[in-house]
Design a protein around this ligand. Structure first.
Ligand code: HEM
Ligand code: HEM
Ligand SMILES: *[C@@H]1O[C@H](CO)[C@@H](O)[C@H](O)[C@H]1NC(C)=O
Ligand SMILES: *[C@@H]1O[C@H](CO)[C@@H](O)[C@H](O)[C@H]1NC(C)=O
Ligand SMILES: *[C@@H]1O[C@H](CO)[C@@H](O)[C@H](O)[C@H]1NC(C)=O
Length: 498
């Protein structure tokens, strides 16, 4: 009895399946199909059935690895009506966005059109999802209500060669629930024409989303179940990578993470003003070039057209700061060379420099967010941390090592008095007094007996250092100085001699 029921059920099932072998596809509905292979493994499909009332029933599918899929009605981006599909934020469903093109920039979302997603077509079990748990194909399966006419154009349903454009995004991950989301520039695009007389129902409102048009397709159908029909071969295909965002990011990151800190180190530890200036000017030029690249990129996206994003505002502030910093540095240096005195410009330069560098480095992280390359923030952070460690290490060492060097002249300096005098006079000239430090020593020309000048003779460690014999050669002792020389000094660690 039981096996009877089973057999009957099976037979019935077979029978109904055979009857519905088309899985509900309406083979009488008008439709046209375009497909294109962006690469060996994947296929882009756009199929259309237009109704007389202007409703467009469409199927669009393609590899999720390409970020987003798009079609546009018209011959070029400008003035075309576009339908763009990308994964929802959970990666599993499809967001459909209707936009208007305005030239070679990101199309702008328009709320004028309603997209009705259709889920009840049995031949499309994965309608409006991303197949294979978000790793397969983006499938848009919907009706765009009254989408045959828009402000800047229309679909000519009588044309046998109505132009269409299509595009696929770059190989990145991109997800959003918002139809207004900013999409990255396409990596592949092209054109084709469609015979609208094959795709349009001129007598009424009825339309169906086109199903697979390969006979005997396997169920559930995949992208290969669609073949070109009533469309021209593809033309004008271009594959492009936009290098500008990368150029921008690379130049800016190198400038702020490597070049400017290096220049600061050269100034602080080596006291080489000219090397410092040269390095910072190289960094400055890199930033200018990076800014040029950014301006070309900024024009292309809705999110950046108006220069209102945090990343751009901070970037412009940093750029202005660099101009100020450059001017301050040059003016300070020119004055310092003449007067050998610290200047207010030098002080501002000294404080502003690190602030600008830090702000620039932070803005790099903000930039990765802005470009939706959040995953790059981690390597960037590691790079910044590594360089910061080196810098902090050097800073710490400077406090320790410098103080030792100050009080312990190198042995050669003692052996060759002439060299020593030269060495110290160089040091004295190139040494820029940093804020909060002692002003330059009152200059005492080293006598032949005082090769190391007042720096060493003044050292409180002179008596304990291994070079105590020094005092034997030094007729000038603090006691022989004029009183003002000593009182002009700020709190130097200073010990009187007997
Ligand atoms: C626009 C690019 C520049 C940046 C980002 C920059 C940055 C800095 C920084 C961070 C410091 C502090 C270094 C320390 O830790 O001791 C500094 C000091 C200094 N920089 Fe620049 N600098 C730039 C251009 C210049 C130029 C063109 C000159 C001209 C010679 C210059 C001359 C100096 C001098 C003389 C100091 C020492 C200031 C003092 O001790 O008061 N800088 N700079
Ligand atoms: C401190 C200076 C700046 C730094 C360090 C910096 C750094 C970066 C970085 C690291 C990115 C990520 C790029 C990517 O992942 O592809 C980025 C993106 C971007 N930056 Fe900047 N930037 C700076 C200033 C500016 C300025 C002044 C502008 C204004 C025009 C700007 C416009 C852009 C734009 C439009 C993007 C997005 C590119 C995209 O979405 O593909 N940046 N920036
Ligand atoms: C699908 O659902 C819509 C309403 O949401 C209905 O109008 C249409 O007839 C349904 N189609 C099929 C094939 O069931
Ligand atoms: C379709 O849109 C056009 C303008 O774009 C409008 O004139 C027309 O009334 C709309 N039709 C329907 C059915 O809403
Ligand atoms: C066109 O639409 C009408 C309903 O308005 C429908 O009866 C007819 O079958 C449709 N024709 C085609 C070819 O889909």
């Amino acid at each position: 009895m039981r096996s009877w029921v089973a057999a009957l059920t099976l037979t019935l099932l077979y029978w109904t399946t055979a009857i519905n072998a088309n899985f509900g596809i309406d083979y009488h509905a008008k439709r046209a199909y375009f497909n294109f292979q962006p690469d060996r493994e994947s296929q882009y499909v756009f199929a259309l059935n237009a109704a007389a009332n202007g409703d467009l029933y469409f199927h669009m599918s393609g590899p999720v690895g390409h970020t987003w899929l798009g079609m546009g009605i018209g011959n070029e981006m400008k003035d075309s009506l576009m339908i763009i599909a990308y994964p929802t934020s959970d990666g599993l469903k499809t967001t459909i966005s209707v936009r208007l093109g305005s030239g070679h920039t990101e199309p702008v979302y328009t709320p004028d059109f309603e997209v009705v997603k259709i889920y009840n077509d049995t031949y499309a079990p994965f309608a409006n999802t991303v197949t294979h748990q978000g790793t397969g194909a983006i499938i848009a399966h919907a009706m765009c209500r009254n989408c045959s006419q828009w402000v800047t154009g229309s679909l000519d349903t009588r044309s046998t060669s109505q132009p269409f454009i299509f595009a696929l995004g770059p190989r990145e991950q991109f997800r959003s629930d918002s139809p207004e989301a900013s999409i990255p520039r396409h990596a592949v695009y092209g054109k084709y024409t469609m015979d609208m007389t094959k795709a349009t129902n001129y007598t009424g409102w009825y339309g169906r989303v086109p199903g697979p048009n390969i006979p005997d397709f396997t169920f559930p159908p995949d992208d290969t179940a669609f073949a070109n029909y009533a469309t021209s071969p593809v033309y004008g295909v271009r594959t492009m990578n936009n290098p500008m965002p990368t150029v921008h990011a690379a130049l800016m990151c190198v400038a702020f993470v490597v070049i400017f800190p290096l220049g600061a180190v050269v100034m602080r530890f080596l006291k080489q003003a000219l090397w410092h200036a040269a390095i910072q000017v190289v960094g400055f030029v890199a930033v200018l070039a990076g800014f040029g690249a950014a301006v070309t990129v900024a024009k292309q996206y809705n999110k950046s057209k108006e220069y209102r994003s945090a990343h751009q505002v901070i970037g412009l502030i940093v750029l202005a700061g660099l101009f100020i910093q450059l001017g301050l540095g040059l003016v300070h240096h020119a004055m310092y060379v003449r007067t050998n005195k610290p200047t207010p410009m030098g002080r501002i330069h000294f404080f502003l420099g690190p602030i600008i560098i830090l702000l620039g480095i932070i803005n790099g992280g903000v930039g990765f967010d802005f470009a939706r390359n959040n995953h790059l923030k981690i390597p960037y952070g590691i790079l910044v941390a590594a360089i910061a460690l080196v810098f902090i290490g050097a800073l710490g060492c400077q406090m320790f090592c410098r103080s030792r060097r100050k009080y312990k002249p190198e042995p050669e300096a003692l052996q060759y008095p002439g060299f020593a005098a030269k060495g110290y006079s160089d040091f004295e000239l190139s040494r820029q007094p940093t804020f909060g430090e002692q002003p330059p020593m009152p200059y005492e020309p080293p006598t032949p007996y005082s090769p190391t000048g007042p720096y060493s003779s003044n050292s409180p460690f002179t008596t304990t250092a291994p070079y105590t014999p020094l005092s034997a050669y030094t007729p000038i002792t603090p006691r022989t100085w004029k009183k003002e020389d000593i009182t002009n000094w700020p709190q130097a660690p200073f010990k009187d001699y007997d």
